[in-house]
Ligand binder design. Structure first.
Ligand code: ATP
Length: 372
């Protein structure tokens, strides 16, 4: 069951026409968004796009200039942060330095006057879930960054909020620990069957953890979709460029039919035959976005009259371990290059392509997307 594909399904969190201004500056512009129960949802965007502001409004640390925010059917207007059924974990974990791990986790529960026995049970459950049992008696300064991060997580989860808000939670961790922690977060979210909302500028992180991603730019949503949809079918040049690596080929529409669209590249005049229909008119300039792994590369020249084939000259090869990325020049300008990646396993068996080789780059009619 996929709730976002069913418009009758009630959302768990809803932003309805939310705008946030700081003075004259519009940080979030008339934004509407629905997030469903038990979703792991990511807000993704570059610095200053408004993603943190959006989350802070949900948490109650900022008030919308206009619009409404609902959580589990309740309008949040006027409800202070501590009375909202959400909890936010901050980037600076803000642990109490003089308290040990156990006491840090128990703190919020004590404040809520939970009976001591229940606190004990809840704390041990949290220690188990975050794999911190052996560190229960340590103080924050006796822990590594990753362990501190887990304490903060345990503390935010101890009260069983309906939603956990994570603001760049893994920013301070090194790459390997970050990746491990991403999987731990996913497991936790599944085990607790909670709704998680994460803010990140790291597209790989969003792709890894999230069921759905909202890509933001300048205070607006550009695309809201699953990681696969965002990657395979970006709805704009901005999203294609922001998520992963992409070749953006400027091209003019020359033919339109039910069977698809024909385009001619502005550089080098090669013909692109796409199965996709486009709203762009004949003669209009668009972008053809194609991922490097969808471009095949072989030594040789293109066949006369063939579509979806480009002549190139290899000018750079980047060996990246699992894959290699070959940059081929396809026009006069140094910027007119197309990148093709392939798994290095195939490089061992094929005639290796090297610098200054004449190559033909080719792709299938469903390989790329036409974007305005
Ligand atoms: P980052 O990843 O850099 O934190 P972000 O997408 O989370 O970026 P926000 O923190 O939401 O961005 O900020 C959006 C815009 O609103 C920024 O231009 C920021 O300078 C501005 N802004 C945020 N808070 C305030 C404030 N309290 N007063 C004035 N401007 C603010």
């Amino acid at each position: 069951f996929v709730p976002w594909e069913n418009s009758d399904h009630p959302p768990f969190i809803e932003f309805r026409n939310v705008t946030k201004k700081f003075g004259e500056f519009v940080a979030v512009r008339n934004l509407s968004l629905k997030i469903y129960e038990k979703e792991f949802f990511a807000l993704l965007g570059g610095s200053g796009c408004g993603k943190t502001t959006l989350m802070r409004m949900l948490a109650g640390f900022e008030t919308p200039t206009s619009g409404q925010i609902f959580l589990d059917g309740q309008d949040l207007a006027g409800i202070p942060p501590y009375r909202r059924p959400s909890n936010m974990m901050f980037q600076s974990y803000a642990l109490f330095p003089h308290m040990n791990v156990e006491k840090n986790i128990a703190f919020g529960l004590k404040q809520d006057s939970m009976p001591a026995q229940d606190i004990e049970a809840r704390v041990s459950e949290m220690l188990r879930l975050t794999k911190l049992e052996q560190f229960a008696q340590r103080k924050p300064h006796q822990l590594s960054g990753g362990q501190r991060q887990r304490v903060a997580l345990a503390r935010s989860l101890a009260k069983r909020p309906k939603v956990l808000l994570l603001d760049e939670p893994l920013g301070a961790l090194d790459r390997k620990l970050r990746e491990e922690t991403q999987f731990e977060l996913m497991n936790l979210q599944e085990e607790l069957e909670m709704t998680f909302l994460i803010v990140t500028h790291d597209q790989e992180e969003a792709m890894t953890v999230a069921d759905r991603i909202a890509v933001m730019d300048k205070g607006e949503l550009v695309q809201v979709a699953t990681p696969a949809e965002i990657y395979e079918a970006p709805n704009s040049k901005f999203v294609a460029d922001f998520i992963g690596d992409v070749n953006l080929i400027e091209a003019k529409v020359t033919e339109k039919s039910d069977a698809g669209t024909r385009l001619v590249s502005v550089v080098d005049g090669f013909v692109i035959d796409s199965e996709q229909e486009t709203e762009a008119g004949l003669g209009e300039t668009v972008w053809y976005a194609i991922r490097p792994e969808k471009v095949r590369i072989a030594q040789g020249r293109r066949e006369e009259g063939q579509v979806n084939q480009i002549d190139g000259l290899v000018w750079d090869i980047a060996y990246l371990g699992d894959v290699s990325c070959i940059h081929s020049k396809v026009g006069e300008d140094d910027h007119d290059t197309i990148r093709a990646t392939f798994a290095n396993i195939s490089r061992m068996v094929e005639n290796p392509i090297t610098w200054d080789d004449e190559v033909v780059l080719s792709f299938d009619r469903d390989a790329g997307v036409i974007l305005k």
